[in-house]
Ligand binder design. Structure first.
Ligand SMILES: *[C@@H]1O[C@H](CO)[C@@H](O)[C@H](O)[C@H]1NC(C)=O
Length: 285
């Protein structure tokens, strides 16, 4: 009796989670547009969001919730054509002077030349952990999924489910790890033609404005979050599936493939930049 009652309530919980999963897909429910005076907009009853950039301003949005660990997916389609000098940033960040941050930044390029995916991790307000990649597809032709899996063991950056970067918890070796400060999700499209494309040599061509990036299929079902600073952070029922995950053998193979063939910059091999020695975590991968 008791067992079947438990089973039934488990089933009810499972279908409730499916419902939550559906509703979290709505950008109206999950995000606030915070910048750009009408240049960012939500369409299709909450299923699509676009940010635009023109000569006057860029635009951006942020999540209503704050996250303390999670597996968060967003599908993004980047500025097409001549996107040189534009940057689409998509990141998680906490607040304060000693903030933590997990960054995806997409640096545009002239037509036909590859985007650069720039990644970074900040702990206690300090970053300097850049890794950059080309992508194995044209990120402007279609939507692709960009995922942050952040748990107590590691931060995994994934593109279409393929791990491209791992930042391990190296507290045992004295490296700070983001685990105490909740983070919001932020995204924006802005101009950075002083540095973004080919080191700032290629400027924005405003005749192509407005530039536009699109977002859909946001999924934060697997997370620990709170909706206001007055609340406790609570985790979803399924947290065992992602909370203690690290890469399996197959994923390690994928990571190696990406890092061998598509990585164009790795701070951990930049000996010129760190003449006194590489950052500690570089020796504990
Ligand atoms: C743009 O294209 C050039 C030439 O292929 C390449 O060197 C550069 O890494 C690309 N990306 C950026 C952001 O400059």
């Amino acid at each position: 009796m008791a067992a079947s009652a438990t089973k039934q309530s488990m089933l009810m919980l499972a279908s409730l989670l499916v419902l939550i999963g559906v509703t979290t897909g709505s950008f109206y429910d999950s995000f606030d547009i915070t910048w750009g005076a009408g240049r960012a907009n939500i369409f299709e009853t909450g299923q699509l969001l676009t940010c635009t950039l023109d000569k006057i301003s860029g635009s951006g949005f942020q999540s209503k919730k704050e996250y303390l660990f999670g597996k968060i997916d967003m599908k993004i389609k980047l500025v097409a054509g001549n996107s040189a000098g534009t940057v689409t940033a998509y990141y998680l960040s906490s607040k304060g002077e000693k903030w933590d941050e997990i960054d995806f930044e997409f640096l545009g390029n002239v037509t036909g030349q590859p985007y650069v995916l720039h990644t970074n991790v900040f702990t206690g307000g300090i970053g300097n952990r850049e890794m950059q990649f080309y992508l194995w597809f044209d990120p402007t032709a279609d939507f692709h999924t960009y995922t942050v899996l952040w748990n107590p063991l590691n931060i995994i950056f994934l593109v279409d489910g393929i791990p491209i970067r791992v930042f391990k918890n190296n507290e045992a070796n004295g490296v700070a790890y983001p685990k105490n400060q909740p983070m919001k999700i932020y995204s924006s499209l802005w101009e950075a033609d002083d540095w973004a494309t080919q080191g700032g040599r290629v400027k924005i061509d405003w005749t192509n404005a407005p530039f536009s990036a699109s977002y859909k299929s946001f999924n934060d079902v697997d997370c620990c979050s709170r909706t206001s600073i007055w609340d406790w952070v609570t985790c979803n029922a399924n947290s065992n599936s992602w909370m203690w995950t690290t890469l399996n053998a197959n994923q390690l193979g994928q990571l190696k493939w990406v890092q061998d063939d598509y990585m164009i910059y790795n701070y951990c091999t930049d000996f010129k930049r760190f003449p006194q020695g590489l950052p500690t975590e570089c020796n504990h991968n």
